[in-house]
Write a protein that binds this ligand. Structure first.
Ligand code: BDP
Length: 698
């Protein structure tokens, strides 16, 4: 198996008792009604039921079919629905339930909108894929977040910034006439996990995508995605009026500029009537923006929002800003810039904030902007592609990391003001909500490079739909759907997955360390780098190791980044003794002999954590080995080889980091920690000129 099928693997159910039970319950299906989405649903049910149940299922038109799917206002369907079910069903929600009649049980899938019906269909098929008992199912679901969107950092030349799975899926050269089947399979996969939107282009944007020839290509994709409920968005380069519009300014308060954007937006909607809107990276890492003209982020965002408003479009304006000229701690800058702008954005602007205040590090405390903008919809940006988390060679299941952030308590409206309540809008009553994931898909046959990276795409969709689900439950569903339902498979793989993120934090950046990766490509350890064009891109800026100790002092005595959090949180982060150790070196510069909870000194604990990370990877190798008889050869070998690489990389991280930090601590490597295999000079000499995922100009 190549893995191309993802979690939509409709192989015949192995357990014959269960299979016979299902065959007794599901004899036929009828999808009532017509639309392009209804056709998709018919195809999905035919493929899913035929594959899983091992018999051919063709759509029937009988109102007595054992599985009935249709909109809630279809008379055939409406007779089975109660008032309360109808009121509970939201626009994109669905109901999947058993309806018992004269001893024979039947099943109903319904929704108010065809896309909800498609989501319900995927849920029903998931029940079979995961071998659930259908007898008394009654599932009513509505998404908790409005815009559930992938951000592709894909360039028009098909390279993918921070992409580790080949080239971009979008073949701009052959579009609009050549419609690759992958486009449809992509939309289908997204719909199966409830994603409803996609940004096709890189945040480091190219204005060409807004020219007529490219809009034809974008339209072709939008037309394919529409039946799957996926709306298309584009990144808008702030200087586009100059680059493709022939103007000599992009000042958001200049009327030629506002007219240009109005006309451009009109042109886009002529091609794509349900176009979603723009994602904008402005005045960030060299990208142009309103500040080039002395205007604020709000003035820039509002100008685009006004152009989009008549058509129902939105602007997702990124808060990922930090300046090398600014002397203040990088971690504070986004908050300092955006918090004062709360209330000055148009209602159709969302401010898109990364989960943490630096940049998708293996572990970051939640970004202080969550909870700090009650009058502005703040949306979440997670990174699915593993830029800082093992790229395509490491098995790192990211759902536990996303959950740690979503479940964190901001305390802004008292206890229980979790980040997920900010994101789902319930804390501040946002009128629109969103959650974005930087995609990890590419042209690799298995879509994501590492077979287990599929789980991160999957988990992102599931959490975007409902941030309250658990990482464990999502992992189990994914394993059952992607591999098999054998209890041994589920036990071994879910254990590997659930421990993998903490392990990677340990062997890369334990105890709150961050940004210690190789320059540019971010592959492997390089904590010694100190001489880049910007100080805030160098690892030494972040770890500040010296003879006394290590860590960035962000307490009241340091940069005071802690003050950007609610007082209850700030108090804990500010105290070396109260702060959870996982964030210790993020907020404090701590002496090498500081006593940790384990009773070890900081230096010994650091060494111990590095070793623990390595040990966990070795355990993952054993666990994978133990399921060999249950996994197809191709995927088994692929993961086996990747785990070998991961083990080597974990040891490399440990050895390079400990050798380097030892030059400051001057303390011995403690017992039970394997001493570094090579000299520090060796690790420093390693070069990776062709590491993947890098932006060509970097
Ligand atoms: C960093 C990436 C860089 C992105 C930037 C961003 O290294 O390639 O352009 O974030 O999010 O993580 O804009």
């Amino acid at each position: 198996e190549t893995g191309y099928e993802l979690w939509l693997r409709y192989h015949k159910i192995q357990n014959t008792e269960l299979l016979n039970g299902y065959l007794g319950q599901i004899k036929s299906f009828n999808v009532v009604g017509s639309s392009a989405t209804h056709d998709v649903i018919r195809n999905e049910l035919s493929a899913g039921l035929s594959g899983l149940l091992g018999q051919t299922f063709e759509p029937s038109t009988s109102s007595k079919a054992s599985l009935l799917a249709g909109l809630s206002d279809e008379p055939t369907i409406a007779q089975y629905l109660s008032e309360s079910e109808l009121t509970q069903l939201g626009k994109e929600g669905y109901l999947v339930k058993a309806i018992s009649q004269k001893e024979s049980s039947r099943f109903l899938i319904t929704a108010k909108d065809p896309v909800g019906l498609l989501y319900g269909t995927f849920h029903f098929l998931k029940l079979l894929q995961t071998n659930q008992n259908l007898a008394s199912i009654n599932i009513l679901e509505n998404p908790k977040v409005d815009i559930r969107i992938l951000n592709h950092w894909d360039n028009l030349d098909r390279t993918s910034e921070r992409g580790y799975a080949g080239f971009s899926i979008w073949n701009w050269h052959k579009l609009p006439d050549y419609l690759d089947q992958r486009y449809i399979d992509y939309a289908r996969a997204n719909a199966s996990i409830g994603l409803n939107a996609t940004v096709l282009t890189n945040v480091n944007a190219n204005a060409l995508v807004l020219t007529p020839a490219y809009l034809e290509k974008v339209k072709a994709l939008a037309d394919l995605f529409r039946p799957y409920g996926i709306k298309v968005y584009l990144t808008a380069r702030f200087s586009a009026p100059i680059e493709i519009g022939g103007l000599d300014t992009a000042d958001p308060l200049n009327s030629d500029v506002t007219n240009w954007w109005e006309e451009k937006v009109k042109e886009i909607y002529e091609h794509i009537p349900d176009f979603g809107g723009f994602l904008v990276k402005a005045n960030s890492e060299g990208q142009p923006g309103p500040q080039n003209y002395g205007r604020s982020h709000a003035e820039g965002a509002n100008m685009m929002a006004d152009a989009l408003k008549p058509f129902g479009g939105v602007v997702m304006w990124r808060a990922f800003v930090y300046s090398s000229e600014e002397p203040d701690d990088r971690a504070k800058q986004a908050y300092s810039e955006f918090n004062p702008l709360d209330g000055s954005f148009r209602p159709n602007v969302l401010v898109q904030v990364k989960n943490g205040a630096i940049d998708f590090q293996p572990r970051e405390p939640f970004h202080p902007l969550f909870g700090a903008m009650p009058k502005t919809p703040v949306m979440m940006e997670f990174q699915i592609t593993q830029e800082y988390l093992g790229q395509a060679t490491q098995l790192v299941y990211l759902a536990p990391m996303w959950k740690e952030c979503l479940d964190a308590d901001t305390y802004v409206n008292g206890q229980g003001s979790t980040v997920s309540k900010v994101v789902d809008g319930s804390l501040h009553d946002y009128s629109i909500t969103g959650i974005a994931g930087v995609a990890n898909t590419g042209t690799d046959i298995n879509w994501t490079g590492h077979p287990f990276a599929q789980a991160n795409w999957y988990a992102f969709g599931r959490l975007a739909w409902n941030p309250d689900q658990t990482a464990q439950q999502i992992a189990e569903d994914w394993i059952r759907m992607t591999f098999n339902n054998h209890p041994k498979t589920i036990a071994a793989l879910s254990d590997m997955m659930m421990n993998s993120w903490e392990a990677s934090v340990n062997y890369m950046t334990p105890l709150g360390l961050h940004h210690l990766m190789g320059t540019g490509h971010h592959y492997g350890p390089a904590p010694w780098v100190s001489n880049l064009s910007r100080a805030d891109w160098t690892p030494v800026y972040y770890h500040k190791a010296d003879a006394f100790g290590v860590g960035f002092d962000r307490s009241e005595n340091g940069s005071n980044a802690v003050s950007q959090y609610a007082p209850e949180v700030a108090k804990i982060f500010n105290s070396k003794d109260e702060i959870p150790e996982k964030f210790l070196l993020w907020f404090h510069h701590v002496g090498w002999d500081f006593e940790m909870n384990s009773g070890r000194t900081l230096w010994n604990e650091l060494a111990f954590r590095y070793q623990d990370g390595v040990n966990t990877v070795r355990k993952m190798q054993e666990q994978w080995q133990s399921v060999q008889p249950k996994i197809d050869d191709e995927r088994f070998k692929s993961v086996q080889m990747l785990l070998t690489i991961q083990e080597k990389e974990a040891v490399w991280w440990k050895d390079a980091s400990l050798s380097y930090f030892q030059t400051f601590s001057k303390r011995p490597i403690p017992d039970k920690v394997e001493p570094p295999k090579r000299s520090l000079e060796y690790y420093q000499s390693l070069k990776f000129p062709f590491a993947p995922g890098i932006r060509p100009s970097w």
